[in-house]
Design a protein around this ligand. Sequence first.
Ligand code: COA
Length: 409
Amino acid sequence: MYIGLESISMDVPGQGLDLRRLARARGVDFAKYQAGIGQEFMAVPAPDEDVVTLAANAAERALRDVDRAAVRTVIFATESGVDQSKAAAIYVHRLLDLPANCRTVEMKQACCSSTSALQFALATVAMDPAHKVLVLASDVARYGLGSAGEPTQGAGAVAMVVSARPRILRLDPVVGYHTRDVMDFWRPNYRDEALVDGKYSLKVYMETLEKAWGDYRAQGGHPFGDFDHFCYHMPFTRMALKAHLTLARLENASHTAAELQAQVEPSLAYNRINGNAYTASLYLGLVALLDNPGLDLEERRVGFFSYGSGCMGAFFGGTVLPGYRRALASADHRRLLQDRRSLEFGEYEAYYTHRVPEDGRDYATPRVTRGAHRFAGVSQHQRLYALSRASAVLAADAGVVCAAAPLGS
Ligand code: COA
């Protein structure tokens, strides 16, 4: 029995900031962002977009031709949780009208809980092959206005259906792990921006890659030369290239520099123009690789390195399945990225500093998003989610009832 991805899709905010504008505002040479860190544009969520709406939109696409009745687990991986108690998975479960006989849970370990979610899904399906698991990775990466990490900000979500009927990627059971208690990046409960020792985090990332890879090999994983492509966690895209060169050097790989670059470059395409999305970052890399129209990936082996600050790393592999293209939503993904609005610098600052009131007052969010789901506001301390106006009209035509009434206009 093979277990792996039956479907995968993504969502990104409907607007963002061209880093040329950020460079001008911060008095930085744009070449530093473009060549030095490998970023050109960053996603900026509108007030009515959050990790729940991004994940729900991605999941709508991922479940388009999947038997929803067989989805018995939803795992939501995030480090931008919207509640300290209630799992974001439950909001998505309702928005997508998933079966009531379903397990829903939220997981956290910086940027790599999505990988643990995937592996828990694998184990679940191994126990019950009829069970489908919806894995959601959704995050908003915030570093602070004027901070060193500012040009690496972004947001996005990836939804993956894991089942015993994979159409896209077969996942190998062998995984290499490494955990160590370090403070390279963290976010105390009283902050909505991460605290990060950027240079130290990159050093720890590399050390964790070496250790997780070592464990992967010790557990019986494939040698470096068996892999055709690699996807790395990307706090910024240059990091993936640096990591790959480090791993190749460690393994004394005989590949040329151009070959090594070609093994990673296709996975950078979306992150370069969307920014970091923490738990979703590695998997946005996978979506970009799969969507690449110039590559035939059938039967190609892909290596994955997942890193979560604090820190934990995991290395694992998978093989792309014949006919995988038919199960992708590549045209939708390209349209999502192309149709985004480019914000003026002042709009970026306004969106960035916008806050949901924290004093318990009822509140209606401004209507901005063109995505199917929106964060409508707060009433009696409860977050309200609804179909956005355009999709509400479509849903009404189709006889679908909007799950929560939006506040205000
Ligand atoms: N043209 C081309 N490249 C340029 C340049 C220019 N004009 N100016 C600088 N660069 C290069 C630098 O040489 C450097 O490349 P190198 O690392 O290969 O030497 C790169 O751009 C970055 O410059 P640096 O001065 O190191 O940037 P910084 O001090 O502003 O910080 C990060 C960069 C990545 C540390 C910062 O963005 C950060 O902290 N990001 C968040 C990291 C994170 O999320 N970590 C946790 C999860 S892994």
